[in-house]
Design a protein around this ligand. Sequence first.
Ligand code: DX5
Ligand code: ZN
Length: 222
Amino acid sequence: MGKAQLAPSMMCADIFKLGETIRLFEKLNVPYLHIDVMDGSFVPNLMLGTAEVKQMRQFSGIPMDIHLMIEEPGDKIEWFAPQKGDYVSVHVETTRHIQRVLARIRSLGAKPMAALNPATPLSMIEEIFPDVDAILVMCVNPGYAGQKLVPQTLEKISRLRSLLDDKGFEKVEIEVDGNVTPENAVKMRKAGADIFVAGTSLIFKPGDMEEHILGFYKEMEK
Ligand code: DX5
Ligand code: ZN
């Protein structure tokens, strides 16, 4: 298991302080900017689009972790101009042809990630382990920040880690998204999580953002 990695959920950032926030992430070597893209159909919310991604790319070199919570993502991936080093995650619930969509992400130069809602069983992704660099386990029902962890997702993370390892996919990372509080992060890490999407539960909660981030890394090293 590699070093724990933070992916700040940019939908939770204060847009009036976005520039200084991203500069702080650069200073702290935050590896990804997590971009929640929502279409109001797959999830009951509208969030972040191609213009925001384009502007953030022009502003910073931090790789993107683009979370597509949209129906039929296959023909929309290119809209976000994915680059080497980016993750692009697509929900298995949003396409009949998940293997083809994941292959498309890789052909565009980005790292493919398959995402699962809390109720979606691991059996839905067992055949595509060879096609992904990571699996995203949603720990809340997608759509909004500030929700509470769906408790059974913790055991789902550890079951996924064992499944990946048993089948020889030790290198496939696990990303968790939703209610990543400092306390939940410790449990998620114990269960096998590698990448932590953090929004109002950790990075963008009241207080000093730098302290929240350094505190997270300290906790993960224990
Ligand atoms: C769910 C969202 C949230 C958000 C994280 O669709 O993707 O996971 O980014 O926000 P908190 O930390 O408030 O759960
Ligand atoms: Zn997300």
